[in-house]
Design a protein around this ligand. Structure first.
Ligand SMILES: [Zn+2]
Length: 130
């Protein structure tokens, strides 16, 4: 372990971006395995090389900046994914509509027939079947 610690001294190591790249690599391996698209192996190899390049890189500032950029992009995406998962789990109890005026998302109970919905945000009224 001593050798490894000395080897990694001054190198960047792993971060969230690398974890995401590795997950993507595993997903691609599964897709390649299911579909038999052997040409995907080139991308998987490139992805792995990129991961190792980032882990062993001595340019810590550049790698850190890449990760920050990734996290800024991933933050809103992860919120959207979480919301979509919650709506999916809730699909038997509520219906979700977007306000035609301000695009605010609204939640109404299911099975109430045709109802007039008032957007709490901009007061627009619209009729939807629940
Ligand atoms: Zn509205």
């Amino acid at each position: 372990m001593n050798f490894f610690r000395r080897f990694m001294a001054g190198r960047y190591g792993s971060d969230q971006l690398n974890n995401a790249l590795l997950l993507l690599g595993v997903a691609l391996i599964l897709i390649e395995w299911i579909t038999g698209w052997n040409w995907m192996g080139v991308f998987i190899l490139a992805l792995l090389i990129l991961c190792y390049f980032r882990i062993f890189s001595r340019n810590i500032q550049a790698r850190y900046a890449e990760n920050q950029k990734f996290l800024r992009w991933w933050g809103p995406v992860s919120v959207k994914l979480r919301n979509a998962r919650m709506r999916f789990a809730d699909r038997k109890m509520h219906r979700y509509f977007k306000c035609p005026q301000c695009k605010q998302r609204l939640r109404v109970p299911r099975g109430k027939g045709k109802i007039s919905i008032t957007c709490p945000h901009c007061r627009t009224q619209f009729v939807r079947k629940t």
